[in-house]
Structure formats: structure tokens, C-alpha cells
Design a protein around this ligand. Structure first.
Ligand code: SF4
Length: 323
């Protein structure tokens, strides 16, 4: 799996390396480190949690005088503080048996937009060929960054914070089909498009129609907004992770909220977790970092608004309902 990376590292003078992998690859990280050490490099392993290429540990690498090797994500287009070697780590997975099993449902749509995360992108072309051979035409949308650096980079690739590969083709397709694992990315899409959204889960082989979640999610968001309208104390969350750091947006949101008579504080974190704000008497949080956080209402035990939702606080109050 790491042939290309090891080949690259062979060409590098013996160096100090800081190795960073996402949570899903942590069980393999010791093995990766051993392989890299065999090439004569000195390896440090970043133990900090990592959920995306937005979370580059370049400052630590610079402190260590190390080259950062980041495995498992695409280059986010950041300007790192040190040399970074990216290794995408895609998995080979044949989607055809699962598609065959679920063909009756998939054939209800004439045109599908196929989507996945980096890990399973290699399966999209196989899925397209298979479905088209069965009469379902398929599109792979191009992310807004295209082949330029910046968030999603490849046809059909989505991230929780970059759904442009899907949104760019929503007028061309009858529905979206996400192939892979994990619901976070695809639930983000359910809220941003009016088209049906299906997920073929590569762990279970089950096809799930997530379209019904749209109404439930929107009800929850609306309830958060209504609660925020009547609340006084707001905390705006800023993460210093390089690809999530948006202090100017936080300042802008603070001003808007103050226009509504709210009391607002800007809180700065690396990893944003509820324990860090225990004891601060805040009613509502506004998230400027990874969109995943706004979905995590239960952990924070209070509404977490997305930046775009602040404008909705200017609307007339309605009755909140979290059901
Ligand atoms: S900001 Fe969130 S969704 Fe975007 S790459 Fe980072 S972890 Fe993934």
C-alpha cells in the first residue's frame, strides 16, 4: 500500500520524520513507522487525533526539525511550515457484488451522481462502468478546486467541508449514490441538496436511502436556531488547526450577534471538545471550524450553530421542536 511513499522516502537523505495518520489508520501506524525506519530515517509518530488534511501537524514537525509525512488524505492546499510528503492511501474494493445485490432499487433512477471519500475513490470508476452496463447513467462531479490544490481534488470526491463535487452536478442527476463507509459526509449532502441521497455501505453491503433524514435534520437545525434567538450568552468556536482556522469569520459573527443584543465571546482551541468549556456559562455555541461539530449536539449538550445560521437569528421567532 505504501510503495509510492517508500519509493519517495528512499530518495530522501536520512532524515527525521514526523508521521501523521488519521484515526482509522492508527492500528497500522507502528508498522508504517517500522517500514520507514528501515530506510534509515528517524521516525516520530504524531499521537494527536487527526480527522482530515485540514489538521496538519506542520508546526510540531518544524519544532522537531522533521519532514512531515501525512498518510490518508489529499493535500488541502495549505501553506505548511515545513516540508510535507502526502500519501493518499486508497483502498482497492470491488463494489460490483454489492451493486448487483441492490440493482432493483438503483435502477429506479435513470441518472446517478456517484460520490465517495478519498479512501474508496478507485471504486467509483468500476461502479460507473457496472451501472452503465445495466442501463443507469452515472456522473462524477468535479470539485470546485478541480485539479488545483484545495480540499477535495478528484472527480466524485467529497469531504464533510467540501460537497462541491456533488453540488456541481445536482441538476444533471436524479439522485446521488455515495459508496463507502461513515455517514458524516453524506449526511452533510442530504441537507445541502433536494435530490434523493442513497448510501451503499461498504462494511455491510446495505443500500440505505438517507433522504428521509433531511426533514429530521432540518427540524433539529430549526430548533437550535429558535433556541438561539431567545438566548443571551454565545461562544464562537475557533480552531487553530491550519485548515480550520477562521478568526476573521469569528469576528464578523461576533459583530452580527452583538447587533442582536447578544453577549459574545470568541474561544480558541486546537481540538474543540466540550470539557474545555465546562464551567463557562454559555447558552449557544457557533462553530467556525469543522462542520462535523455542529452535528455533535449531544456531546456539547447545547445548540451548536453553523456560521450561515447566524443570519437566521434575525428572522421572526417560531416554536422550537427537537423531535
Ligand atoms: S474540516 Fe472537517 S470535514 Fe473538512 S477535512 Fe477537516 S475534518 Fe474533514
Amino acid at each position: 500500500m505504501l510503495e509510492k511513499l517508500l519509493e519517495n522516502l528512499k530518495g530522501l537523505e536520512p532524515s527525521r520524520i514526523l508521521l501523521q495518520v488519521p484515526e482509522g489508520l492508527k492500528p497500522k501506524v507502528l508498522e508504517f513507522a517500522r517500514e520507514i525506519e528501515k530506510l534509515g530515517h528517524e521516525v516520530f509518530i504524531s499521537a494527536e487525533p487527526c480527522f482530515g488534511s485540514c489538521d496538519l501537524r506542520d508546526r510540531e514537525a518544524e519544532k522537531l526539525g522533521a519532514v512531515l509525512v501525512h498518510i490518508g488524505h489529499t493535500d488541502f492546499g495549505l501553506k505548511p511550515e515545513c516540508r510535507v510528503i502526502w500519501e493518499e492511501y486508497r483502498l482497492e474494493f470491488d463494489p460490483k457484488p454489492y451493486l448487483e445485490q441492490n440493482l432493483d432499487v438503483l435502477k429506479r433512477y435513470k441518472t446517478l451522481g456517484l460520490l465517495s471519500t478519498l479512501q474508496y475513490l478507485n471504486s467509483l470508476q468500476d461502479a460507473k462502468e457496472f451501472l452503465e452496463s445495466r442501463g443507469v447513467s452515472c456522473h462524477l462531479g468535479i470539485p470546485a478546486g478541480g485539479q488545483m490544490l484545495g480540499k477535495a481534488r478528484y472527480p466524485g470526491q467529497i469531504l464533510g467541508c467540501d460537497l462541491t463535487a456533488a453540488l456541481s452536478i445536482q441538476n444533471l442527476v436524479d439522485a446521488f449514490l455515495f459508496l463507502g463507509t461513515g455517514r458524516f459526509h453524506v449526511l452533510g449532502l442530504v441537507r445541502k441538496t433536494e435530490k434523493p441521497v442513497l448510501m451503499l455501505d461498504f462494511d455491510s453491503g446495505k443500500l440505505e436511502d438517507l433522504t428521509g433524514e433531511r426533514e429530521r435534520l432540518e427540524r433539529i437545525r430549526q430548533a437550535c436556531i429558535e433556541e438561539a434567538k431567545g438566548s443571551k450568552h454565545f461562544g464562537i468556536l475557533v480552531s487553530t488547526k491550519p485548515g480550520q482556522f477562521r478568526p476573521e469569520l469569528a469576528v464578523k459573527l461576533k459583530k452580527k450577534l452583538e447587533e442582536l443584543g447578544k453577549q459574545v465571546w470568541i474561544l480558541v482551541f486546537d481540538e474543540i471538545t466540550p470539557e474545555k468549556i465546562l464551567g463557562m456559562h454559555l447558552d449557544i455555541l457557533v462553530n467556525t471550524a469543522c462542520p462535523r461539530l455542529s452535528e455533535d449536539l449531544e456531546r456539547f449538550e447545547k445548540p451548536v450553530l453553523e456560521p450561515e445560521e447566524v443570519d437566521r437569528l434575525f428572522e421572526k421567532p417560531q416554536k422550537p421542536s427537537y423531535e
